[in-house]
Design a protein around this ligand. Structure first.
Ligand code: G3P
Length: 220
């Protein structure tokens, strides 16, 4: 499973990239607004920091303008994945950009039928939002299971399932159990994955016992 981070905070991305666990980055207009920075500057900076795909979202809603925006974003760096919304114009734009050879991430996917459309439109990635489904008492993880089951029926679907709107580590674990290709998560969720109270307690006990020996590995 690949790990993407879902943020436009370049300090966070730089910090997490150093862990070796960041395979890509996803952004959206809300995250760009939160950064308070110029969109294209942020995308360029992230693309320099991370080798893998960096999703940058169009903001137009009509096909022609979306396509112009998408082509501009795709030219910023070789690893830009243009993000388009799950709308008729978005999917038409997805097809045109995919035909150009660009990576496209179809976002705001909330049903298996929408995921089929994204694959047929040549998307490199489809982004089902599981947390937002859970928020309205629907089963986000069931959507991931359904999409994976459908995509497995068709060898020609080259679309990767990019699980989005992840809220906690168990979302990552459950998505991995289902075989999802990618989980994009906020920085705090990636950090939470390291944590277990027994790891902390066990390490503290080992270090306390080691201290009693008076030894040092480097001075031995
Ligand atoms: O970037 C898309 C998605 O991950 C957004 O998540 O938490 O705003 O539902 P959230």
């Amino acid at each position: 499973m690949k790990f993407f981070v879902d943020t436009a905070d370049t300090d966070e991305i730089r910090d997490l990239a150093a862990t070796g666990f960041v395979d890509g980055v996803t952004t959206n207009p809300s995250l760009i607004a939160k950064s308070g920075r110029k969109f294209l500057d942020v995308v360029r900076e992230i693309c320099d920091m991370v080798d893998g795909p960096v999703s940058a979202e169009v903001t137009a809603t009509d096909h022609e303008t979306m396509l112009s925006e998408g082509r501009k974003l795709a030219q910023l760096a070789r690893n830009v994945a243009v993000k388009v919304p799950m709308t008729p114009d978005g999917l038409k734009t997805c097809r045109a950009l995919a035909d150009d050879g660009a990576m496209v991430n179809v976002t705001l996917c909330f049903s298996p039928g929408q995921a089929i459309l994204a694959a047929k439109a040549g998307a490199s990635f489809v982004s089902p939002f599981i947390g937002r489904l859970d928020d309205i008492s629907r089963d986000g993880m069931q959507l991931i299971a359904d999409i994976i089951a459908i995509y497995r029926q068709y060898d020609r679907f080259g679309t990767e399932v990019l699980v989005a709107s992840i809220r906690h580590p168990m979302h990552v674990v459950e998505a991995a159990k289902l075989g999802a290709h990618i989980a994009t998560m906020p920085p705090n969720v990636l950090r939470q994955l390291y944590k277990h109270p027994l790891t902390d307690a066990g390490l503290a006990a080992f270090l306390a016992d080691w201290e009693k020996t008076g030894q040092s590995i480097l001075d031995s």
